[in-house]
Design a protein around this ligand. Structure first.
Ligand code: 5PN
Ligand code: ZN
Ligand code: ZN
Length: 268
């Protein structure tokens, strides 16, 4: 039995105002944040958690975020650094459908797709203030049709190859890969804790807390559905991380990300 390996797939950067990263706290000003996906190589298969942003989509709908993405930071490019191709991925799990987490789904028509059962319906009919977050609909024929954007499906997506298995609550995606339901940021957001054979578990906080400071001060991003639920989810992540002595990894913290292993380097 092979030990589980965790790879961070660098997906480039986006620019946000400090008041978006730290809701009602700031300080304001330009903050460049990383975006990444996570590959879990497991005895039960290759699991990809999120798929980053699509550069062209971001330039079309969110050009003010001044995206940067090299070839090596595209989904196929990042996998190639590990000697892999999109077809090598067995399961894609989307923590939520914000554009910076599902832009590369189009490269995985063959993979099994899993997400919270309420996320696709929410992407089909988001709250008015969620439209920009749920702007990349290339992950789902159902969502693109519901939003009148079927013309953006140019990668051979079909209902069949963009259908998700819906899950709810806390569950194990594979042995030792614990999906933790952390709603608030979105209706069906998940964080993930991965057990390792010879080291502390990894707590992948995802967008429940963009940065280390966010979790420490319970300050969520301004992009959220339910801020009170978001605070509860941050407390849940803190408690679980403490209980299991887990190492914390944040979704959009440039200072922290610069210390993470990326490319062919992995955690095990
Ligand atoms: C990086 C980023 N930019 C904008 C939005 C948004 O409107 O909802 C989520 C989000 C982002 O993660
Ligand atoms: Zn998000
Ligand atoms: Zn995000």
């Amino acid at each position: 039995m092979t030990d589980t390996k965790v790879y961070f797939l660098d997906g480039g950067t986006l620019l946000l105002d400090g008041f978006h990263v730290f809701w009602n706290q700031g300080p304001g000003g330009e903050v460049r944040i990383p975006a990444y996906s996570i590959l879990i190589e497991h005895a039960e298969g290759r699991f990809l958690i999120d798929t980053g942003f699509d550069y062209d989509h971001t330039m079309k709908y969110l050009a003010f975020e001044k995206p940067t993405q090299t070839q090596d930071q595209t989904m196929p490019g990042a996998l190639k650094l590990l000697g892999l191709e999109p077809k090598d991925i067995d399961v894609v799990f989307n923590t939520h459908f914000h554009f910076d987490h599902c832009g590369g789904n189009k490269f995985f028509p063959h993979a099994k797709k899993v997400c919270h059962m309420a996320e696709v319906p929410q992407a089909c009919k988001p709250e008015v203030f969620e439209h920009l977050g749920y702007s990349d609909l290339s992950f789902s024929v159902e969502a693109a049709e519901a939003r009148g954007r079927s013309h953006e499906l140019i990668n051979g997506q079909t209902r069949e190859n963009t259908t998700f298995e819906g899950v709810e609550g806390d569950f194990e995606l594979a042995k030792g890969v614990h999906m933790i339901f952390t709603p608030g940021h979105t209706v069906g957001h998940y964080s993930c804790m991965v057990e390792r054979a010879n080291d502390r578990p990894m707590m992948l906080v995802l967008d429940a807390a963009y940065t280390k400071r966010s979790l420490e001060t319970l300050c969520q991003a301004s992009f959220h559905l339910d801020p009170a639920a978001g605070v509860k989810s941050m407390l849940k992540v803190r408690e679980m991380a403490e209980k299991h002595d887990a190492e914390l990894f944040f979704s959009h913290d440039m200072e922290a990300f610069q210390t993470y292993k990326t490319g062919p380097d992995f955690y095990s």
